[in-house]
Design a binder for this molecule. Structure first.
Ligand code: WT7
Length: 648
C-alpha cells in the first residue's frame, strides 16, 4: 500500500513540522542532557533538577536515573497546577456502560476527590513507599485512587478487573500490599462483574501466601450485595465524608517509585514492572502532547483500561499532566451495539481517538454502515496501539472511521517503556499503513541478528534500544537481577524488547511481533508459560504446551496441546473443563481458543519441547515443519499433524 503524504490541513494545525522533528531528534540523541534538561521543565518541580541523565546499560550495572536530584509530586502536576487556569474545565469525562450514563469531573472536583481519598489512605496508615493494590472498574474513582497514591507517595499496583482472584492474590502478595481498593461490582456490556467477591477471595489467597490485607476500600458502583469484613472493609462514600478535603502533596524524589504494573514474560510468574516519578511523567506527558498533537481544549479519548499501561500513561498521567479533558469509558465497543465508539465520539465531540487493532478489526466486521451513520466530524487524530495492525485494517480505520481527514498514528511501545517509542507525529510524518514509522525523541532503535550482530540498512531482525529514555522502567520490583537477565543479557549493553522488526529503505520501522514465548491476544500480553502452568495445575493434565496462532479478530489465539494423565480419556467435556479451569486460574482473557489432546509432545533428546514445530502445526503449516530428526520420538509429530487435520 502506498505512502500517505502529510496533508496541508494536518500541517496547518500540527505542533511540529517535519524539519522540526529532524532537528529535535538529532539533538535528542546527540545531546540528551540538553534536550531532556529543557523538556523536563514542562513539569512543575518543587526542587529543580541539575543532573539530567545518569544511566548505564553496562552488564552487572544496570542503573537508570533521570532528573535524580529534582523533587516533585506527580499528582500536583496532574491536578493542582491546573487549578488556577482551568479549575472549572473538565478533567475526566466519564461515559458509563449504559449510554444514558455520563458525567464530567472538573479539575477542581478532581482535586477534592483525590485529596479526600489520599486522606482516607493516610488515616488507614498508608505511608510513602507503601504498596496499594487497585482492582477497579473503569470509573473515575480508579483514577482518584491512582492519583491519591501519587499524592502521598504510595506506590500503586493496578490489577486489571478482568483478572481472576488467583491472579489478583498473587499480585497482592508479590507487591506485599496491605491495602486494596476495589468496587462492589463492575458493569461491562450490561453484565455485572463481582469485583468485591473476587477481591475477598484474593485476600484469602494472599493471606495463605503470608500477605494480609488490612484495609479494603470499597467504591459503591452498582449497589449490589457484598460480603463485609468489619475492621478491614471501608466504604469510600462513608469514609470520604469523614476526612478533610485538604491534603498537601508529598515532596518526592524524581526516582521515587510511582507504580508497579505486573506484566507477562516468556518465563516464570508475571513481573512487577517498576516506574518512577519524574522521568516517567516527563515522558508520558511529552509523548501525549506530540504523538497526538494535543492542543489545549481538545477532547481526548483512549479506550484502554486503567489496568494496562496504556491506561496509566494515556488515560491518566499523560493527559492530566497536560491539563487535557480525558474521556474514560466504562463499557465495551459492541454494547449496546457496534456503533457505540462512533456514537460516543459524536456525543462528546472527541478530537483525538486512541484504540487497539483488535477493536478496529471487530468493528470493521460489523459493516461500514455502523460507522457511516455517525458524523465523527470532531475527529482530528486517530491512534492505535497494542499489536501490529495490518495495512487493510489501517486503511479501513483511516478511510471509513476517519474519512481520510485524520492522520493515523500507529504507536509501538510496551509496559516496560512507560510511553510511546516508535510512532508517526501528526502533520510531520508521512504515513505508511502498517508501519509504526520512526522513533520518538531520544529513542535509538537497533536491529540485531540472533547472535547480536548489528544489522544495518533495510533489514529484518530483533529490536533493541541502545540507550535509555526518561520513561524506561527502572527495575523489576524486588528483583533487579531478573530485570537485567530479562532485558539486558541477551544482547549486552542494549535493551532487548522481545519484538522482531524490519527497517525499510526509508528508515521506517515495521514491528513484526514477539520473537519470544509471549503471545498477544486482543492486545493483551500473555506468557505461554503462564497458561501452561494453569493447565498442568488441573488434576487430569500431565503436560501442556501453549503457542499462539493467527486469529482474525484477536490477532493471536491461544492454542494448547495437552497430554493427559495415565488413564484419563480425551473428551469434549474435558476440553470445556480445561477452558473453564484456565479462565478461573488467570481470567477470561486467557481463555484457550483450541485444545488439542496430544498423547506426546515433540521433544529433543534433552527433553526440551520444540515449540517451533507446535507453532507450525497450530498454523496449519504442515509443509514447513523443518528438521525433526533431533526429536527423541519423531513419530509424535505425525500423530499431532493427523489429529490437527482430523479436527477440521
Ligand atoms: C507488546 C507490549 C504498550 C501498550 C500496549 C501493550 C506489542 C504494542 C504495538 C504496535 C506492533 C505492538 C509488541 C510489544 N505492540 N504496540 N503499535 N505494533 N506491536 O503493552 O502489554 O506491554 O505489550 O505489544 O509486541 O512488545 P504490553
Amino acid at each position: 500500500m502506498s505512502t500517505i503524504h502529510v496533508k496541508d490541513e494536518w500541517k496547518a494545525r500540527a505542533k511540529l513540522t517535519e524539519d522540526q522533528y529532524q532537528d529535535w531528534y538529532r539533538r535528542s540523541v546527540e545531546d540528551p542532557d540538553g534536550f531532556w534538561g529543557e523538556h523536563g521543565k514542562r513539569l512543575d518541580w518543587i526542587k529543580p533538577y541539575e543532573r539530567v541523565k545518569n544511566t548505564s546499560f553496562a552488564p552487572g550495572n544496570i542503573d537508570l536515573r533521570w532528573f535524580e536530584d529534582g523533587t516533585l509530586n506527580v499528582a500536583a502536576n496532574c491536578i493542582d497546577r491546573h487549578l488556577e487556569t482551568r479549575g472549572d474545565q473538565t478533567a475526566i469525562l466519564w461515559e458509563g456502560d449504559d449510554p444514558a450514563d455520563s458525567k464530567a469531573i472538573t479539575y477542581r472536583q478532581l482535586h477534592e476527590e483525590v485529596s479526600r481519598m489520599a486522606n482516607v489512605l493516610k488515616d488507614r496508615g498508608v505511608q510513602k513507599g507503601d504498596r496499594v493494590t487497585i482492582y477497579m472498574p473503569m470509573v473515575p474513582e480508579a483514577a482518584y485512587a491512582m492519583l491519591a497514591c501519587a499524592r502521598i507517595g504510595a506506590i500503586h499496583s493496578v490489577v486489571f478487573g478482568g483478572f481472576s482472584p488467583d491472579a489478583l492474590g498473587g499480585r497482592i502478595e508479590g507487591a506485599q500490599s496491605d491495602v486494596l481498593i476495589t468496587s462492589d461490582e463492575g458493569l461491562r456490556g450490561g453484565r455485572k462483574v463481582p469485583l468485591k467477591k473476587n477481591a475477598d477471595r484474593a485476600c484469602e489467597i494472599a493471606e495463605k501466601a503470608g500477605q494480609t490485607v488490612k484495609t479494603m476500600l470499597v467504591i459503591q458502583r452498582t449497589g449490589g450485595e457484598v460480603a463485609w469484613q468489619d475492621g478491614r472493609d471501608v466504604w469510600w462514600h462513608e469514609a470520604r465524608e469523614a476526612v478533610s478535603a485538604d491534603c498537601p502533596p508529598a515532596e518526592m524524589q524524581a526516582e521515587d517509585p510511582l507504580f508497579i504494573l505486573y506484566t507477562s514474560g516468556s518465563t516464570g510468574k508475571p513481573k512487577g514492572v517498576l516506574h518512577t516519578s519524574g522521568g516517567y511523567l516527563v515522558y508520558a506527558s511529552m509523548t501525549h502532547e506530540y504523538v497526538f498533537d494535543y492542543h489545549d481544549g481538545d477532547v481526548y479519548w483512549c479506550t484502554a483500561d486503567v489496568g494496562w499501561v496504556t491506561g496509566h500513561s494515556y488515560i491518566v498521567y499523560g493527559p492530566l499532566a497536560n491539563g487535557a479533558t480525558t474521556l474514560m469509558f466504562e463499557g465495551v465497543p459492541n454494547y449496546p451495539d457496534a456503533s457505540r465508539f462512533w456514537q460516543v465520539i459524536d456525543k462528546h465531540k472527541v478530537n483525538i481517538f486512541y484504540t487497539a487493532p483488535t477493536a478496529i478489526r471487530s468493528l470493521m466486521g460489523a459493516g461500514d454502515a455502523m460507522v457511516t451513520k455517525t458524523s465523527r466530524a470532531s475527529l482530528k487524530v486517530l491512534g492505535t496501539v497494542g499489536e501490529p495492525i495490518n495495512p487493510e485494517v489501517w486503511s479501513w480505520y483511516y478511510r471509513v472511521v476517519g474519512d481520510e481527514r485524520s492522520p493515523v498514528v500507529d504507536t509501538w511501545w510496551q509496559t516496560e517503556t512507560g510511553g510511546i517509542l516508535i510512532t508517526p507525529l501528526p502533520g510531520a510524518t508521512d504515513l505508511k499503513p502498517g508501519s509504526a514509522t520512526r522513533p520518538f525523541f531520544g529513542v535509538q532503535p537497533q536491529l540485531v541478528d540472533n547472535v547480536g550482530t548489528v544489522l544495518d540498512g533495510a533489514n529484518d531482525g530483533n529490536l533493541c534500544i541502545t540507550d535509555s529514555w526518561p520513561g524506561q522502567m527502572r527495575t523489576v520490583y524486588g528483583d533487579h537481577e531478573r530485570f537485567e537477565q530479562t532485558y539486558f543479557s541477551t544482547y549486552p549493553n542494549k535493551y532487548f524488547t522481545g519484538d522482531g522488526a524490519r527497517r525499510d529503505a526509508d528508515g521506517y520501522w515495521w514491528i513484526t511481533g514477539r520473537v519470544d514465548d509471549v503471545i498477544n491476544v486482543s492486545g493483551h500480553r500473555m506468557g505461554t508459560a503462564e497458561v501452561e502452568s494453569a493447565l498442568v495445575s488441573h488434576a487430569k493434565v500431565s503436560e501442556a504446551a501453549v503457542v499462539g496462532y493467527p486469529h482474525d479478530i484477536k490477532g493471536q489465539g491461544i492454542y494448547c496441546y495437552v497430554t493427559l494423565m495415565e488413564g484419563e480419556e480425551p473428551s469434549e467435556a474435558l476440553q470445556k473443563e480445561l477452558v473453564a479451569h484456565v479462565r478461573n486460574e488467570i481470567g477470561p482473557i486467557a481463555s484457550p481458543d483450541k485444545i488439542q489432546f496430544a498423547p506426546g509432545l515433540p521433544k529433543t533428546r534433552s527433553g526440551k519441547i520444540m515449540r517451533r514445530i507446535l507453532r507450525k502445526i497450530a498454523e496449519d503449516d504442515f509443509g514447513a515443519l523443518g528438521d525433526t530428526s533431533t526429536l527423541a520420538d519423531p513419530g509424535v509429530v505425525d500423530d499431532l499433524v493427523e489429529h490437527r487435520q482430523n479436527r477440521k
